[in-house]
Design a protein around this ligand. Sequence first.
Ligand SMILES: C[S@@+](CC[C@H](N)C(=O)[O-])C[C@H]1O[C@@H](n2cnc3c(N)ncnc32)[C@H](O)[C@@H]1O
Length: 301
Amino acid sequence: MSTRAYRGLRANTLIDHEFGNISTDLKLSLIEAYLKAFNTALRPQFSELWYIDAFAGTGDRIIKQGAVPATLLPAIEEKIERRRGSAQIALDITPAFDRVIFMEKNKRYCQALARLKAQYAGRRIDIVRGDANAAIESEIQAMKWVGKRAVMFLDPYGMAVNWTTLERIRKTEAIDVWYLVSLAGIFRQATRDPLKMDQKKRAAITRMLGTDEWVDAWYNAPKKEDLLGSYDEAYQRIADVQAIESFVEKRLKSLFPKVLPPKRLKNANGVPMFSLFLAISNPAPKAIGLATKIGNSILKA
Ligand SMILES: C[S@@+](CC[C@H](N)C(=O)[O-])C[C@H]1O[C@@H](n2cnc3c(N)ncnc32)[C@H](O)[C@@H]1O
């Protein structure tokens, strides 16, 4: 992945967007590869190719490496590296998207996006400030989708995407959606001991998955054996990360005509943090075939 790295720049704590771990570069490189292949393949057939970034950020992100004080070795200064975020990556794609829509809740990040937009005079770039669920609902409902194809990137910090939003996207039959699902977020909310799970956590998972069937699927009283025979342990979450990921995949498959096996993204310690899904909303075999071919070649690479 090409990066625009500016070593040694000072951070601007007001607008800099510091996020990501080792899997962030991988995630963004997969998205970039898909966007490029998507536009290359569809450009001859469609005059309207759109990109919708529903959790757009600022266009770039900073990575800080802390200063190391002098010991026997000389001190090392703090290093700040800027890398492209998804919004910048999408604008750099060639062949270019005909329209790009950034959605972002944070006011200062929207201002950063406006400055990014100003660098691309003549391009159709819209910035919608607000909650992504509301923005997707109002924006894509107002659009006519005939003759258009789009890629949407859902890259929330946590469990911010409502199931009803996915239903809305599916209805367009025109959008391929890359959805970063926070396994760590779900794992945190679905506490092992169900008594520690309040109504708010319960509702957040149900809102994200569009069903409360996860309760029966993930919680049980496991059987244990001892010298006196078998007995039920306390009722608890028995689902591990794999079971949770499979449940999410099953739910997505119940909605979208095609969902590719996800890419698991881990943190520096090897702990699974996210699953990156590609779901295709267009049921036409040709559209599914193409998106699957591109998606698989990228996800399996
Ligand atoms: C992980 S970051 C996205 C990073 C971006 N895709 C990139 O590569 O630079 C999540 C972004 O979503 C924004 N955000 C959080 N909750 C949101 C919501 N409900 N609707 C829209 N944006 C939201 C945050 O301000 C943040 O910029």
